[in-house]
Write a protein that binds this ligand. Structure first.
Ligand SMILES: Nc1ncnc2c1ncn2[C@@H]1O[C@H](COP(=O)(O)OP(=O)(O)OP(=O)(O)O)[C@@H](O)[C@H]1O
Length: 251
């Protein structure tokens, strides 16, 4: 079977400044995969390049063996919260329903079925009572939940989530991680840009270490090691010795 995601020799530059160099990897199906690396490592850029949201200098991306353009329906994307215009005048239900548009044919308006699926997704993230609320009037954590609901409503097979835990409280973080596990248990594959090194081993089956180039990708127990983390973060990272404590200090 084709891999959910296969990336070959991707390079990206902004105004000629290289940000990603020759990144290649494949991932297996049904895993939660953390994308880890320091600020500015190119994590968001990698996702955007995969989804064709920014131009690549070089490289190929295949989703289940086909280019992204042909596989759009299979892919869900939760962007970084601050990259979204939350003043856009629309309510929570409509934002979630947008997740269904890829499934509708030309000129078809969302109908009862779409609305039902969107409401189900809102229920899953505990936001059903906010369906009619303008998105500008939601808190940061609530907005994050709405975006997750949109991805759920889309019913994709491969998800990209850019820092879904930023700015959410502990309860929302728990709710999000149990949703991610639910997706995984349905055989879906989820890539998550993540910053909190202390939770990596608990949350992810696989880890990708990135800093302009791919340092390593593979099962968490093989890749989330002191040596490879040092290589990824350079001198900026001090790791307390007992790995079980997983205490990580950024100097
Ligand atoms: N639109 C842009 N124009 C110019 N440079 C950009 C642009 N977007 C990102 N960059 C630069 O590209 C590099 C990678 O940025 P990117 O957002 O992919 O990193 P990241 O690993 O997601 O960082 P963070 O952990 O801080 O979110 C950074 O040096 C950033 O300043």
């Amino acid at each position: 079977m084709n891999a959910p995601l296969s990336v070959k020799n991707i390079s990206v530059a902004y105004q000629k400044k290289p940000v990603l160099r020759d990144v290649s990897f494949q991932i297996p199906e049904g895993k939660l995969i953390g994308i880890i690396g320091p600020n500015g490592a190119g994590k968001s850029t990698l996702i955007k390049a995969i989804l064709g949201l920014i131009p690549k200098l070089a490289g190929d991306v295949n989703i289940y063996g086909q280019p992204y353009k042909q596989q759009r329906k299979m892919v869900g994307y939760v962007p970084q919260r601050e990259s979204v215009d939350w003043d856009f005048p629309t309510n929570a239900l409509d934002v979630v329903m947008m997740g269904r548009y890829g499934h509708l044919g030309w000129f078809k308006r969302p109908g009862k079925k779409e609305k039902e699926m969107a409401m189900n997704a809102l229920e899953k993230v505990g936001m059903e009572s906010y369906a009619d609320r303008q998105i500008s009037q939601l808190s940061g954590g609530q907005q994050q939940r709405i975006f997750l609901a949109r991805a759920l409503a889309q019913d994709a097979r491969l998800y990209f989530m850019d820092e879904p835990f930023v700015g959410v409280d502990a309860a929302t973080e728990k709710a999000i991680i149990s949703l991610l596990n639910e997706l995984k248990n349905q055989g879906k594959t989820v890539l998550v840009v993540h910053h909190d090194l202390a939770t990596v081993e608990e949350y992810f089956d696989w880890v990708m270490l990135l800093n302009e180039k791919l340092i390593e990708i593979g099962p968490t127990e093989d890749v989330f090691t002191k040596e490879l983390l040092k290589e990824t973060y350079g001198g900026k990272l001090a790791i307390l010795d007992d790995k079980k404590e997983q205490s990580v200090i950024l100097s």
